[in-house]
Ligand binder design. Sequence first.
Ligand SMILES: CC(C)(COP(=O)(O)OP(=O)(O)OC[C@H]1O[C@@H](n2cnc3c(N)ncnc32)[C@H](O)[C@@H]1OP(=O)(O)O)[C@@H](O)C(=O)NCCC(=O)NCCS
Length: 140
Amino acid sequence: MRIRPIQPTDHQALVALWRRTPGIRLREEDELEPFCAYLQRNPQLSLLLEDDAGRVAGSLLVGHDGRRGYLQHLVVDSPHRGQGWARALLQEALRRLASLGIRKSHVFVLEDAPEALAFWQMQRGWSERDDIRVYSTTGA
Ligand SMILES: CC(C)(COP(=O)(O)OP(=O)(O)OC[C@H]1O[C@@H](n2cnc3c(N)ncnc32)[C@H](O)[C@@H]1OP(=O)(O)O)[C@@H](O)C(=O)NCCC(=O)NCCS
């Protein structure tokens, strides 16, 4: 297994991984064009976990706005769970963000993603916020 940056050519395999993973909601931004634009805007940050045969086994989308880091689509495919790969993806992402001067990051976790909630609950250095409510919009 190895961790490497995501390339535009990984799109199809990643969408297949995200589709078969409960807890991940696919959005318009996951289509090829916005996916490639995201990678271009955040070069070398998003990470892919690859098995020895070169198959996609996990992912973590990583971006920042110059101030805070944002993590999305953290997935380890079911046969590879419980071996520390999500933690390894996370550590590598934070290392890359820190090298750009980004020292604080956020992740938004769906209430109906129990494995993700269990994972984030256990991560040293991460705390659940109870002082913030998230408001979202799709435009004016
Ligand atoms: C959440 C997910 C990425 C964790 O992947 P993973 O590779 O199994 O996680 P790790 O092995 O790195 O786990 C690290 C620690 O988190 C905790 N943890 C992870 N999954 C857990 C679970 N299902 N229940 C309880 N604790 C869990 C453990 O404490 C583990 O430490 P340990 O190895 O000492 O037991 C994986 O379950 C997954 O892909 N889930 C579906 C997708 C999803 O909901 N993604 C979240 C989007 S925010």
